[in-house]
Design a protein around this ligand. Structure first.
Ligand code: FAD
Length: 304
């Protein structure tokens, strides 16, 4: 570590509001319930506060990790030897105006869906059941059942890593499958969504249908990050993993789900090393057997 966490924490406290800690365990902030501590933790309570934090961290050249709601990350057992900028509860909330909503990055996607549905606003109800926040969903272009978050986006705001302001309108963003090059290197602090009007009752029924479909298809009883791999073109990752004989494969406390082989579950206090070893095993066996190179959807953070 090339910096003094306590000194950085007190400098951060001088430039922004929100929670600041040193040596905070990250596991509770991830859906996997895995991951060691971060040297410094900062959870700003305003968009401007995020900008000030970034300017300081950039000046000091400290490694930065942006954590949303932690549902698509595998954090190393050693943790993160830098600053974790957490955009969660402190930076949450939506303001609706007619068919638009200004939404802060830490807002849970499901909270936004529920609020929109109540107001009879359609567009993202198909995404019901995807855990995580708005920032993470945008960064990943989260989606399900043929619908992705991009379809309702109007504008995205935030900061570049050096703390300069960033703003982009939808037409200038090329959303891809679980990737958005224009948003790879920015810290998203809020977005404006644009919805269609619809009958709230029908929307609510649709959300219930989607949730029960997901519960039928997905193993939701153990911590996971959802699908570990992206869908390779022409295949389904889960089917390839199953056909490679890896359903129920276990390393330490990590298990390839018997219900959906695309999920690696934390069934018994798995370490990041356990999950990573299973990921590597799957990649090798699927490549050897089918010649398909699986691309990871989960983001690895820290040393592996
Ligand atoms: C049970 C389960 C089911 C799932 N099902 C689906 C599904 O159907 N479809 C799907 O697309 N995903 C699915 N996921 C994956 C995950 O929920 C999504 O990718 C989600 O959008 C990630 O959001 P997050 O806030 O948790 O991001 P995090 O996991 O916190 O972060 C993900 C990435 O985004 C970056 N990031 C987070 N916030 C910001 C920000 N504000 N600005 C810039 N970068 C940021 C992080 O640095 C990291 O690289 C599932 C996960 C689980 C656990």
């Amino acid at each position: 570590m090339k910096f003094d966490p306590a000194a950085i924490a007190s400098q951060l406290a001088a430039v922004t509001d929100g929670d600041i800690e040193t040596g905070k365990p990250l596991a509770p902030y991830t859906s996997y319930k895995i991951g060691g501590p971060t040297a410094v933790w900062i959870a700003p309570a305003s968009e401007d506060g995020v900008g000030r934090v970034l300017r300081l961290i950039h000046r000091k050249e400290i490694p930065l990790f942006i954590l949303g709601r932690g549902s698509n990350v595998l954090i190393s057992d050693k943790g993160w030897d830098g600053v974790t900028l957490y955009l969660g509860e402190n930076l949450s909330g939506s303001t609706f105006s007619h068919r638009k909503a200004h939404v802060l990055a830490g807002t849970l996607l499901f909270d936004l869906i529920r609020a929109a549905v109540e107001k009879g606003l359609a567009g993202i109800e198909q995404l019901a059941g995807i855990p995580g926040g708005i920032g993470g969903a945008l960064r990943m272009n989260a989606g399900a059942f043929g619908r992705e978050i991009e379809s309702t986006i109007h504008t995205v705001s935030g900061f570049r890593p050096n703390g300069s302001a960033f703003f982009v309108i939808r037409d200038k963003i090329k959303f891809g499958y679980r990737r958005v090059p224009e948003l790879e290197d920015v810290v998203i602090t809020s977005a404006v969504f644009r919805f269609e009007e619809a009958d709230p009752h029908k929307l609510s029924t649709r959300v219930d249908d989607i949730l029960s479909l997901r519960a039928k298809k997905q193993p939701l009883g153990h911590p996971s990050c959802g699908s570990v791999f992206k869908r390779p073109s022409g295949y389904y990752a889960g089917a390839l993993i199953e056909e490679a004989g890896l359903k129920n494969e276990r390393i330490g406390g990590a298990l390839v789900s018997p219900k959906h082989a695309g999920f690696i579950l934390n069934v018994a206090n798995a370490t990041a090393a356990d999950v990573y070893a299973l990921i590597r095993l799957i990649e090798k066996k699927v490549s050897d057997r089918f010649g398909v190179r699986l691309e990871r959807e989960v983001r690895l953070v820290g040393e592996f």
